[in-house]
Design a protein around this ligand. Structure first.
Ligand code: ATP
Ligand code: MG
Length: 318
């Protein structure tokens, strides 16, 4: 049974061809690309050499086959991905604004993965689980919230560490049920991986240091605040350190956070320290942002080492 497990949406992404293009007018799009934040995470974690699985559902269609085929090619354990006949695989359409922001149209709530229930979470899946990774974006309906909560409880009984990437937008916290779920996840996680904005939105505290202290009042051991092109900051109980970014030409930032998390958790699973693991995670996030397509930027350890060498080596600042 796999050592790293995640749960949630598998999607295809259909991307606008030009920056500035909007959904309000006819335009050219390219795709389908394999996507879904948990799927990108697990693809990256597997490429880094850990045994990994995702619990999910796809439709009986080309979009589902594209995704499962990619995950299989990259050696993800796909046994716990079910095919649903009544619904299609989820779709995310994305457009890019001039200022770097992205707009999305999602069909996830009506897609195959929306048929997931608590019964899909079976204790035996977690028999060898060391890390269970959860994401706020997967809490897209009430049953899914209960499904992830059940999985968290089982993972904890099996002594797995819980890593939590909120991956939410500001408006998400306005939904009382999702808000309650996010706070549940925060209370139960060991490793918390918010962006700067997510840390603010979830704690309601603008000052990062104060927000981090409030999170540490829960059981969280490590907090890593992701800062996009400015790298990241790692907080542990009594210490913190910055990891300086790699300089890149950003092509497509979608998936950077998931590749960061996949690399981090995979290396922690292999016994690396957080200082070592985060260095590679920082490189993986930057590397992903140089590739067009959400899952096209996943990388092996060898590819990351090559990237780090090209960029002039070790960027860790103590
Ligand atoms: P998303 O949820 O959109 O995938 P995120 O907010 O979770 O993104 P980011 O901060 O965008 O995560 O990216 C994760 C990490 O990847 C950053 O902390 C940084 O280490 C690296 N990274 C991302 N974008 C860049 C960039 N343009 N240049 C250098 N490093 C980057
Ligand atoms: Mg994110």
């Amino acid at each position: 049974m796999p050592e790293i497990i995640t749960i949630g949406e598998i999607l295809v992404e259909i991307m606008a061809k030009s920056v500035g293009q909007t959904f309000d007018e006819t335009g050219e799009f390219i795709g389908p690309f394999p996507s879904g934040a948990p799927a990108i995470f697990i693809d990256q974690a597997t490429k880094m050499g850990s045994s990994c699985a995702i619990v999910s559902k796809v439709g009986d269609d080309g979009f589902g086959r594209l995704n499962v085929g990619r995950l299989q090619r990259d050696k993800v354990d796909v046994r716990f991905i079910d095919t649903v006949h009544e619904k299609t695989t989820g779709i995310a359409f994305v457009t890019y604004r001039e200022n770097g922001d992205r707009d999305f149209i999602f069909t996830v709530k009506d897609s195959a993965v929306s048929c997931m229930t608590r019964d899909d979470v079976k204790e035996e899946i977690f028999a060898n689980c060391n890390y269970f990774h959860i994401m706020g974006c997967s809490a897209f309906n009430e049953e899914m919230i209960e499904t992830i909560k059940k999985a968290i409880v089982i993972a904890k009984i099996k002594n797995a560490q819980i890593s939590f990437d909120p991956n939410i937008r500001k408006e998400t916290m306005e939904d009382e049920k999702i808000r309650e779920f996010i706070l549940f996840a925060l209370k139960n996680c060991d490793i918390f991986l918010p962006s700067e904005e997510e840390l603010k939105v979830i704690t309601g505290i603008g000052n990062e240091y104060e927000a981090v202290q409030v999170v540490f009042e829960q059981n969280v051991r490590s907090i890593i605040v992701k800062r996009g092109s400015r790298g990241c900051r790692v907080y542990e109980d009594v210490s913190s350190f910055d990891v300086e970014p790699y300089e890149i030409k950003e092509v497509d930032p979608t998936g950077a956070g998931d590749c960061f998390a996949g690399t981090l958790i995979s290396l922690l699973n292999q016994g690396k320290s957080i200082r070592e693991a985060v260095q590679y995670a920082n490189a993986a996030g930057a590397y992903a942002a140089t590739k067009k397509g959400p899952m096209e930027g996943t990388a092996t350890l060898r590819e990351l080492e090559e990237f780090i060498r090209e960029k002039g080596g070790n960027n860790l600042c103590l």
